[in-house]
Design a protein around this ligand. Structure first.
Ligand SMILES: [Zn+2]
Ligand SMILES: [Zn+2]
Length: 464
């Protein structure tokens, strides 16, 4: 078996990996790099053709986060015969998110905020999306090269990360024996507010492709979900008590719904007044609708809970109106983007809010190095000014800036536990910054001394 990483490997980047299993060529995820623009967002799909007979027979998309699906139309355009597999819920989400991405790319080109042409159009997607194949969790399906029936079997396992998210188990024969590979993708072993923790293969695997997002976050393993929820509640209460606004930058897909469920719980038990407006915007409503539509058919802690039932107020358009929502007394803004990239609502609002000593920016998810969200946290910790957007200069920070471990990822010790449980001979570390992979590699070698631990570089094939 050969493994080849197609996305950049020095940061979290765009997830996409190529596997050659006998005659079958298989791609795991087709992400976009959120920190880049235009063609630099795309994994290097040309690397596949540079392999002997390299071709994609199947592509498995593990979940509806852009760093995992954002360039799928580009991959399918290059390998039009590839069969594309995902869970039913992920397909429903992509039918909404892919056209939204095409429209956004076009809009940015039209308004001159990028010089790059869109990577794909709405028309491209409409043709493709009807051909994506849906699968239920724990329902094995064929992923072999055409004419080579049952050479490779695939199966999705609940990843506990966002709606529809899955890890993928592959079974195939090599040199006369069955081999098993498990790709965790982004995974969370413990419950969140809406979703239960992930589920994993019962039997050991030969090869584990393991995410390492949390590898450089020692604080996460020293706390737990219940403590972080209470800390988050207390921070909201403090901000509301002094009449300020709390900005919660979130990924619109997943984190937003989990945070709304939490705020709803805080309101129900009386920690937050019912009158505090919770501002949301844009596609969050549509995604909430999909969370609710699938609440009886996908894993849930409480299938009775509906995200749509959480009282929300639409954020108004226009800079002045937006600013006013920060100045009118207690309010909570749950808006995208989670990493606070320029030109997004969370960035716009943060620039108006961080000078206000009554305000608070409460981060709840992961942010890549050098993203505005990370810069804000670092500057606040060091008492420095922060530049959130090139259009605005460095600003002093007077608002509270806090971070809570409410992420959809496992912390690093849970990832080690998972590896131990799956007893792989070989572990391939992906999806993490260098420091995160360093920690994971050192500790995996201690915990599983017999296992080989690999850190593949982009474009360097690994024989496993
Ligand atoms: Zn994800
Ligand atoms: Zn990811």
């Amino acid at each position: 078996m050969q493994f080849l990483t197609l996305g950049a490997t020095d940061d979290v980047g765009a997830s996409s990996h190529f596997l050659q299993l006998g005659d079958t060529g298989l791609v795991l995820d087709a992400g976009a790099n959120p920190s880049e623009e235009g063609p630099d967002r795309v994994p290097d799909y040309d690397l596949i053709r540079r392999q002997d007979d390299g071709y994609v027979d199947h592509a498995l998309i593990t979940h509806a986060h852009h760093d995992h699906f954002g360039t799928l139309p580009v991959l399918v355009d290059e390998f039009p015969h590839a069969k594309v597999h995902m869970t039913t819920a992920t397909h429903q989400l992509l039918e909404f998110l892919l056209p939204a991405s095409a429209r956004l790319q076009q809009k940015r080109k039209d308004e001159g905020s990028t010089t790059h042409d869109p990577l794909f159009s709405e028309d491209d997607i409409e043709l493709q999306s009807s051909l994506y194949l849906d699968h239920e969790l724990r329902a094995p399906f064929d992923a072999s090269e055409v004419g080579d029936d049952a050479a490779v079997e695939a199966e999705f396992f609940d990843a506990g990360h966002i709606l529809g998210s899955a890890g993928a188990l592959l079974r195939f024969e090599e040199d006369g024996r069955e081999r098993r590979l498990f790709y965790t993708s982004d995974t969370r072993t413990e419950a969140q507010s809406i979703l239960p923790g992930g589920s994993y293969p019962d039997e050991p695997v030969d090869v584990l492709i393991l995410e390492s997002t949390g590898g450089a976050d020692p604080e996460a393993e020293e706390t737990n979900r219940a403590l972080e929820e209470e800390r988050f509640c207390a921070a909201l209460k403090r901000t509301m008590a002094r009449g300020g606004a709390a900005l919660v930058p979130v990924f619109v897909m997943g984190r937003a719904q989990e945070v709304l469920a939490l705020i709803d719980r805080f309101k129900r038990r009386g920690d937050l007044s019912d009158d505090v407006p919770v501002y949301t915007a844009g596609s969050m409503r549509a995604i909430a609708g999909l969370y609710d539509d699938t609440r009886l058919t996908t894993p849930r802690l409480n299938p009775g809970f509906k995200v749509f039932d959480v009282d929300q107020t639409d954020l108004p358009y226009g800079r002045d109106k937006l600013k006013r929502t920060l100045e009118q007394g207690p309010a909570i803004h749950v808006v995208s983007s989670g990493m606070m990239f320029g030109k997004t609502l969370s960035n716009r609002l943060a620039r108006d809010l961080i000078g206000d000593p009554d305000g608070a920016v409460l981060r709840v998810g992961y942010a890549v190095e050098d993203s505005p969200a990370r810069r804000l946290t670092n500057a606040a910790e060091n008492g420095k000014r922060v530049t959130l957007d090139e259009d605005s200069g460095p600003q002093p920070i007077r608002a509270d800036v806090e971070r809570f471990r409410l992420s959809g990822h496992s912390h690093r010790r849970q990832l080690l536990d998972l590896a131990e449980r799956l007893r792989p001979d070989k572990i391939v570390l992906v999806h993490g910054e260098t420091e995160a992979k360093d920690w994971m590699q050192t500790h995996l070698r201690e915990r599983l001394p017999a296992a080989e631990v690999w850190r593949p570089r982009q474009g360097e094939p690994l024989e496993l």
